[in-house]
Design a protein around this ligand. Structure first.
Ligand code: NDP
Ligand code: OXD
Length: 320
């Protein structure tokens, strides 16, 4: 039987990173790494803590005495939508490096579309010297960020530093200095002001399929970029890919940057790969630093064992 303060790890991340980060992690505790074949079929009764990313479906039955589940990422849909979970706290991963990485990706994509990086890359391949004009400035372009949580708020601040006009939308109204924000009821006004839409929403029943033809049709046409741009690094389940493709082909959207997809990995047969106004990254906008993840879990376990409240606990009713 495992130690009564053990931690079970089931992280479907790059194996080498997990092994390296496990070295010295969780001092004084037994660590059961389900990625190690020696632990296949191991008794998990009595284990109080689990750190998971897309865990084996049987894990939560086998580890029937868990007291806390730590998500290996900021999102928790991989746990909440996939398993019958006991009523225990699920803790999200909130971490500086993850937040910085996401904002880097968002700013990179907004600048890519502002500065014509895709057409210039095509011209370079074809040895064409041709300045694209007019060249709008960031201040002429309104970026609308959907989801103003840990990641959305940081992205908003960094987009402002780059000079973009920024507006934000979230379920409840949020206050961010220098940014006009809208709550759920203000969606259409928010969209009608937006030239570049950035999706940083969690996947919940309310946000599934939200980025669809009707939403794209409400974005501002004729702004400084001519046509609106769609950028999504939240979850692929929130987007309707057939609608994205149709909107790009019809010119309802001028371009897109997608890090997440309805089904991952994206099928080699998806038409998205071949659209020359689309940037595709393989769900890599903000990878979790596994060492930081383990330190975050250690800190939260210490709080729990000291009788202090846990940070970043998911509200199971709202699903994020
Ligand atoms: P948070 O929980 O901190 O923020 C979520 C935001 O979304 C909040 O502002 C919330 O509103 C808003 N929201 C949720 N549901 C709705 C709704 N129905 N209508 C309007 N707004 C809604 O999450 P994070 O910022 O930490 O992360 C966001 C998501 O980013 C994650 O859930 C994950 O899916 C994704 N992600 C993707 C990564 C990648 O590499 N591609 C990496 C990390 C995360 P309110 O403020 O009112 O609560
Ligand atoms: C996350 C992710 O949720 O990487 O952290 O998608």
């Amino acid at each position: 039987m495992p130690d009564q303060n053990a931690v079970v790890i089931d992280l479907k991340f790059a194996r080498s990173g997990v092994i390296e980060a496990l070295n010295g992690a969780f001092p004084g505790r037994e660590v059961i790494d389900m990625g190690d074949s020696a632990n296949t079929g191991r008794d998990l009764s009595g284990v109080p803590y689990a750190v998971v990313w897309k865990p084996d479906p049987s894990l939560f039955q086998r580890a029937g005495d868990l007291k806390i589940i730590f998500s290996g990422g900021a999102g928790v849909d991989h746990i909440l939508s996939a398993y019958e979970l006991p009523d225990l706290p699920v803790v999200r991963f909130v971490d500086r490096s993850l937040t910085d990485r996401m904002s880097e990706w968002v700013v990179l994509q907004c600048l890519t579309h502002l500065r014509g990086a895709l057409p210039y890359a095509r011209q370079q391949r074809e040895h064409v010297w041709d300045e694209i004009s007019p060249q709008p400035e960031a201040r002429d372009v309104t970026v609308g960020v959907m989801g103003l949580g840990v990641l959305g708020e940081d992205a908003v601040r960094k987009l402002k530093v780059m000079g973009f006009d920024v507006v934000g939308w979230s379920r409840r109204k949020r206050q961010i200095d220098g940014v006009e924000t809208f709550d759920a009821t203000g969606l259409d006004v928010f969209l009608s002001r937006t030239d570049i839409l950035v999706g940083l929403l969690p996947l919940t029943p309310d946000t599934r399929g939200i980025y669809n033809a009707s939403l794209f049709g409400t974005l501002r046409q004729g702004g400084a970029l001519g046509k609106p741009v769609f950028i999504n690094a939240g979850r692929g389940g929130s987007q309707v890919e057939t609608d994205i493709i149709a909107a790009l082909k019809k010119g309802v959207l001028g371009a897109a940057s997608l890090d997440v997809f309805e089904k991952e990995p994206l099928s080699p047969a998806s038409p998205l790969w071949d659209l020359n106004n689309v940037v595709i990254t393989p769900h890599a906008a903000a990878a979790s630093d596994v060492g930081a993840l383990f330190r975050h879990a250690e800190r939260q376990i210490a709080r729990f064992e000291a009788g202090d409240p846990l940070d970043h606990v998911v509200d199971r009713a709202s699903g994020y």
